[in-house]
Design a protein around this ligand. Structure first.
Ligand code: SF4
Length: 296
């Protein structure tokens, strides 16, 4: 059956939910490992508690065409983020944390509502810190007839132990491979050890779902779709990321090299980040992606 979560028995899904909520008691849901009890509403780095917090939801037509097609990607923007990128374009959601706490039932209704609008998938934006809540809501949505694949749309600062619990739950992983230099990741996103954490996360994602596959209309069904946002002055260290993907994931990885960087939020405090990228910079990154056999 498709999507994969329909093959899990109720007992199997409940077991995953139980394990995920157990991790919240001494929170190690993401690599920050804050060790706070989120079930008692203690707050760690992400400032999230035990209930889902959502900023917006709607069919989205600005995502990759393989997710959008005619009816859009059913996107849910989860509030807060476990990174603090100084140039974040969604900083009101991720760092100012503008959003509404809702019940699990309401989150399930949102998923069903997006399905009823004809969306091709449920696109979970920044799901990492709220994945126990999302899977719990998923179990309620399945009872209400949800049958769309889930897209895990993440910054890739994810814990492998938690990702393992999402095997057979998520069909499409869409990580953003952001940096290959840990010092740069720490400076602009406060993400200690980002490169190693991202690499382990991508390997686990690919182990679960493989390369991206499509239906007869070219809509993504299952697999890994890697995004890479090019920053000015080669701050992303792109070539090292492409080399890793080619050598340790798959030369057939679907890769979207994005050129839409704009200096949002606090980026103007950093001269090296305070401009868009040039066409020359973008072409150089594309050239290095092609060198490693990337599909773009
Ligand atoms: S999910 Fe939040 S509280 Fe839990 S480890 Fe990550 S940042 Fe800390």
């Amino acid at each position: 059956m498709y999507p994969s979560y329909l093959n899990l028995s109720k007992g199997e899904l409940n077991k995953k939910i139980e394990k995920l909520f157990k991790i919240l008691e001494n929170c190690q849901i993401c690599p920050r490992k804050c060790h706070v009890n989120r079930l008692k509403r203690e707050r760690g780095y992400c400032k999230l508690g035990d209930l889902p917090i959502v900023s917006a939801f709607h069919p989205h037509f600005g995502e990759e065409s393989v997710l959008v097609d005619r009816h859009g990607s059913g996107t849910i923007f989860f509030t807060s983020c476990n990174l603090s990128c100084v140039y974040c374009q969604n900083y009101d959601i991720s760092q100012l944390r503008i959003g509404e706490e809702i019940s699990f039932e309401r989150l399930a209704e949102i998923m069903i509502g997006l399905q009823n609008q004809g969306c091709h998938n449920i696109n979970l934006v920044t799901p990492t810190s709220q994945i126990p809540q999302i899977v719990k809501a998923l179990s309620l949505a399945i009872e209400k007839g949800l049958k769309l694949p889930l897209v895990y749309n993440t910054n890739a600062y994810d814990s492998v132990e938690v990702l393992k619990l999402l095997d057979d739950v998520i069909d499409i992983y869409m990580p953003d491979a952001k940096y290959s230099d840990n010092k740069i990741a720490l400076k602009y996103s406060n993400a200690k050890g980002y490169f190693e954490i991202m690499k382990k996360a991508l390997k686990e994602m690919h182990r679960q779902v493989g390369d991206l596959r499509f239906d007869e209309n070219g809509i993504a069904l299952r697999g890994l779709l890697v995004r890479h946002l090019v920053l000015p002055n080669n701050l992303t260290g792109s070539e090292k990321i492409f080399e890793f993907i080619a050598k340790e994931i798959s030369r057939d990885t679907f890769l979207n090299v994005m050129n839409q960087y704009y200096p949002h939020y606090q980026a103007f405090k950093y001269p090296e980040l305070s401009r868009r990228i040039t066409d020359k910079e973008y072409q150089a990154v594309l050239k290095s992606a092609k060198k490693y056999g990337r599909k773009i």
